[in-house]
Design a protein around this ligand. Structure first.
Ligand code: TYD
Length: 139
């Protein structure tokens, strides 16, 4: 049985290397399986801190460690997969209906997120039990 977790993957983004500093770009429709409708970023995160702890009904995201590093634990209600992000030219594609925890931020890291929808609190599963019941109910 395939689950949304099977669609989660690391996306390698274009990288223009230059002695003056490297450059990475992301174009809607080219590097992502969704159109970008929102961008947000986490910064000033104390070293070792965690964020996330929710899933989305419809939202898809690309999560990038624009600076520093952190771990992302994805969970489909049955299985878990761990990813370590520490390069600004890799993004983690997170499909709908996957619980995510962002853990162990290095101090000074910046987590850049490209999202397929505007912010909508009704799109969140905030309780793991509720998420698990919803996804197991589908199977
Ligand atoms: P949340 O998504 O819970 O952050 P994290 O998963 O990183 O812990 O969002 C934290 C707060 O910020 C919450 O009150 C909702 C608000 N928020 C917005 O208003 N707009 C946004 O685009 C995002 C991502 C969050």
């Amino acid at each position: 049985m395939t689950t949304p977790l099977d669609q989660a993957r690391i996306v390698e983004l274009p990288r223009i290397q230059d002695p003056r500093g490297n450059l990475t770009f992301i174009e809607g429709g080219q590097h992502l399986p969704f159109e970008i409708r929102r961008v947000y970023y986490l910064y000033d995160v104390p070293g070792g801190e965690s964020r996330g702890g929710h899933a989305h009904r419809e939202l898809e995201q690309l999560i990038i460690a624009a600076s520093g590093s952190f771990e992302v634990v994805l969970d489909d209600g049955i299985r878990r997969k761990n990813f370590f992000l520490n390069r600004s030219y890799y993004g983690l594609y997170v499909p709908q209906r996957v619980w995510r925890e962002l853990e162990n931020f290095s101090s000074g890291s910046v987590c850049l997120v490209l999202a397929s929808q505007h912010y909508d609190e009704a799109d969140y599963f905030r309780q793991y039990d509720e998420f698990q019941q919803a996804v197991r109910g589908e199977g």
